[in-house]
Design a protein around this ligand. Structure first.
Ligand code: ITT
Length: 190
């Protein structure tokens, strides 16, 4: 099986991506290649951060690798939290606090349009390529569901009546930003 490092510290992302790629690729974790520190995400855009994470791993290991940077872009908030999605409410990755803050910011706001965008940077044989995946939808007025992670309990994708957190992993992967970006990644890898 072909080995490829996924430059993430997010266990949810890892399991979503493994569910799609796991049959054909051995997805190697950061820990398995000896990277235990947080990779700095100092870019101003998702594209820059995806690239920073992938390059960090490539420079230290020389191995083929990819990284995912994802943001929730809310229309009425001019695209926020966007690249700051992980640290929207606090310095850490506090999903509960982030969701509370998002609901507060959208209190009384009727335009609840939003989209998730994932950018994946792939480095193969030292060559970098990027793909993206987008899903549009709306931000609910309260949290529902316990599947998934992050903003999933608040995001209802277009054409559906339930949040990502009320869907199975397979249902989410079939239509999500990450599922779509990984489908593009598969085309590059073939
Ligand atoms: P790595 O950088 O280690 O991959 P991370 O969690 O820091 O993990 P991001 O920088 O891409 O990942 O952060 C994006 C944040 O957006 C993440 O912490 C979640 O709060 C949220 N997020 C990302 N993907 C999501 C998804 O599929 N559903 C809901 N929220 C998501």
């Amino acid at each position: 099986m072909i080995k490829i490092v996924f430059a993430t510290n997010n266990a949810h992302k890892l399991s979503e991506v493994r569910a799609v790629l796991g049959g054909d690729y051995e997805i190697v974790t950061l820990r398995e290649v000896g990277i235990t520190e947080d990779i700095p995400e100092t870019g101003a855009t998702l594209d820059e951060n995806a690239s920073l994470k992938a390059r960090y791993v490539y420079e230290r290991t020389g191995l083929d690798c990819f990284a995912d940077d994802t943001g929730l872009e809310v229309e009425a908030l001019n695209g926020a939290p966007g690249v700051h999605s992980a640290r929207y409410a606090t310095d850490g990755h506090d999903f509960k606090a982030n969701n509370r803050k998002l609901l507060r910011e959208l209190e009384g706001v009727t335009n609840r349009r939003a989209r998730f965008r994932t950018v994946i940077s792939l480095i193969r044989d030292g060559e970098e390529q990027q793909v993206e995946g987008i899903v549009s939808g709306v931000i609910a007025t309260e949290e529902s569901g316990s599947e998934g992670f992050g903003y999933d309990p608040l995001f209802i994708p277009d054409g559906h009546t339930v949040t990502f957190a009320e869907m199975s992993a397979e249902e989410k992967n079939a239509i999500s930003h990450r599922g779509r970006a990984v489908a593009e990644l598969v085309k590059l890898l073939r």
